[in-house]
Write a protein that binds this ligand. Structure first.
Ligand code: ADP
Length: 574
């Protein structure tokens, strides 16, 4: 007699359970596709089910894996598809009776894998009578639980790996970013060093140092060039006291006052002063500084430049001395005609005074005649003294002074002065002076000197031509950008068009007793006024020398130190 059917069932169930219990070990460390096919194989090969279908979610929420085993019936896949189309995620075990319908029989069971089917599901079908029995359901859920555990393990491993990978990736990114940053810092450092070197070179070349003065700490900082200009040790702490100590005693009080005013009033700073070096040398320094405010309008520092203008000042002084020497020499040449210019009103004074005496001696005295004669005496006296004043201004060595000038007036004054010279050489003078010209900023004496030189050159050039053809024309017109253009034309031999620029070279002369400095000095004077001077061929004959001076707003001149030694000069030969 065989064993009882219940005992047989129990034996089979135990055998299946034992078989199932060995499965998880095989799944450890496996990926979901291996787990899913392992589970489907167990269901079909170990539990002898006709059909098994396993779906496991992708690790980390990725694409799901689907495995089907057994192909006994066609109805199962169709059912599966319909079933899944109608149901979403499976949260509990469901038994589906009579999948194939009719007499063929066959039941299906769907079991969630993991809590609420989070890891997937298992579907199985079998046409064994009574399927799924309680034991079948138990075995299937054990299998599904094993799969769920393996899946969770796989998921954990996956997540762990992803986390590790992400960590490695972020480490890699971090390293890359750090490397890039280091490279950028190195590049910027090189750039910065280069631009600092350029700046230092530029400061050295332009003799311009820079400085900063921190308002809160009162700390002063200087660039390399500032140290060099002040000729002090690089290790010395910059101080205002040191600057004042280096400042020429004559300028000290003025500098102290200027600095105090600018720092207290947080004002722009622009002044020039002299330094007295320990070995007695004098340096001219031009300081420009301005206050810097933060966004809230709070003053926080003073920055500026200190420029060594010693050379420039020296060159200017030399140019002025040269221009002065040229004026004195020119006036020397003109002594004869100037003497005539002065003698003429004096002679007229004598004549008129004698006439007045005669009218007074008449019986009765002709008082009206006397009055008229004395008026002429006074007029001539004034005329003579004006000529002398102008000559004196031209030979005096006064510091340059810019003022608003009407160029037409300046021209007329020179023409009056040259009246004798013009008459002496039988020259017809014509002026075409435009009306309503803007005033220009300039030094009267220097501009008179330019016009004087141009007219004298024209007079000299016309010496060689026949007397009737000697014509001098001086004209002014409004130039572009509000300046004034002055032209001096003559009917002399004219100029060689290819040598026009040579005329302005120092010491270029074609005259036996010439110095060749006149036009070169004229050009430097005009350029110091921001203008230009050039020569051209006149039509139909002769030369034309013209210059343009811009209208120019009054220049902001730095406050200049007064000369150390007052210069005095009297009229030439006087
Ligand atoms: P200098 O009068 O002592 O020679 P300048 O510099 O005034 O020196 O002039 C340089 C030269 O330019 C003159 O020697 C002369 O050859 C030429 N020059 C100047 N003005 C005229 C002019 N109006 N016509 C012809 N040549 C001129």
């Amino acid at each position: 007699m065989g064993p009882e059917p219940d005992v047989l069932r129990l034996q089979r169930a135990l055998r299946d359970l034992v078989a199932l219990s060995s499965v998880p070990a095989a799944w450890v460390g496996r990926e979901p596709p291996a787990i899913a096919s392992g589970l489907a194989d167990v269901l079909v090969n170990t539990l002898y089910l006709d059909f098994a279908f396993v779906r496991l979610s992708g690790p980390g929420g990725g694409a799901a894996v689907e495995i089907a085993r057994g192909s006994a019936w066609r109805a199962f896949p169709e059912w599966r598809q319909q079933y899944f189309a109608a149901h979403g995620r499976l949260s509990r075990t469901e038994v589906v009776a009579d999948i194939r319908g009719g007499a063929q029989g066959g039941c299906g069971i769907v079991i969630p894998v993991g809590i609420d089917g989070e890891s997937g599901l298992v579907a199985a079908a079998c046409d064994r009578a009574g399927f799924p029995t309680e034991t079948d359901q138990l075995l299937l859920s054990v299998a599904a639980n094993h799969a769920a555990t393996a899946f969770r393990m796989a998921d954990l491993v996956h997540n762990h790996r992803s986390a590790e990978e992400a960590l490695r990736e972020s480490e890699r990114q971090l390293r890359k970013a750090r490397d890039e940053l280091e490279m950028r810092v190195a590049e910027r450092t090189i750039e910065l060093q280069r631009s600092e070197a350029y700046l230092a070179a530029a400061q050295r070349l332009s003799h311009t140092g820079s400085f900063g003065w921190d308002a809160s700490s009162g700390k002063l900082s200087w660039s390399e060039e500032t140290f060099r200009i002040l000729e002090c040790d690089r290790d010395d702490q910059p101080t205002v006291e040191f600057i004042l100590q280096r400042t020429h005693p004559y300028d000290r009080a003025r500098v102290q006052k200027t600095i105090d005013l600018a720092t207290q009033g947080k004002k722009h700073l622009d002044f020039e002063h002299r330094l007295l070096m320990p070995d007695g040398r004098i340096k001219n320094i031009h300081i420009v500084g301005h206050p810097v405010f933060d966004e809230s309008g709070e003053f926080f520092e003073f920055v500026g430049t200190a420029m060594d203008v010693t050379e420039r000042r020296r060159a200017e002084e030399e140019r002025q001395a040269l221009a002065h020497a040229n004026r004195v020499a020119t006036m020397g040449q003109l002594t004869a005609s100037i003497a005539h210019e002065v003698k003429q009103p004096i002679a007229a004074t004598v004549v008129n005074a004698q006439a007045a005496l005669r009218w007074l001696g008449a019986q009765p005295p002709e008082l009206e005649e006397v009055r008229q004669a004395l008026e002429r005496v006074a007029g001539d006296g004034l005329r003579a003294s004006e000529v002398i004043d102008r000559i004196r201004a031209l030979v005096e060595k006064a510091p340059p002074r810019k003022e608003a000038l009407a160029l037409n007036e300046v021209i007329c004054e020179v023409i009056v002065l040259l009246h004798g010279e013009v008459v002496k050489h039988g020259i017809a003078v014509q002026t075409q002076l435009a009306e309503g010209l803007p005033r220009i900023q300039g030094d009267r004496v220097q501009l008179q000197q330019v016009i004087l030189n141009l007219i004298l050159n024209a007079i000299e050039a016309m010496r060689g031509v026949g007397e009737g053809a000697r014509e001098l024309r001086v004209s002014t017109v409004k130039a572009d950008a509000g300046g004034v253009l002055v032209a001096v034309r003559d009917t002399g031999p004219g100029l060689d068009p290819v040598k026009l620029e040579r005329l302005f070279e120092a010491f270029y002369t074609t005259k036996p007793g010439g110095l060749g400095m006149g036009l070169s000095i004229c050009r430097s004077i005009v350029e110091a006024h921001g203008g230009q001077l050039w020569a051209d061929v006149n039509t139909p004959q002769g030369a034309v020398l013209q210059f343009v001076v811009p209208r120019g707003a009054p220049e902001v001149q730095p406050e200049q130190p007064p000369p150390l030694v007052a210069t005095t000069a009297g009229p030439v030969g006087g």
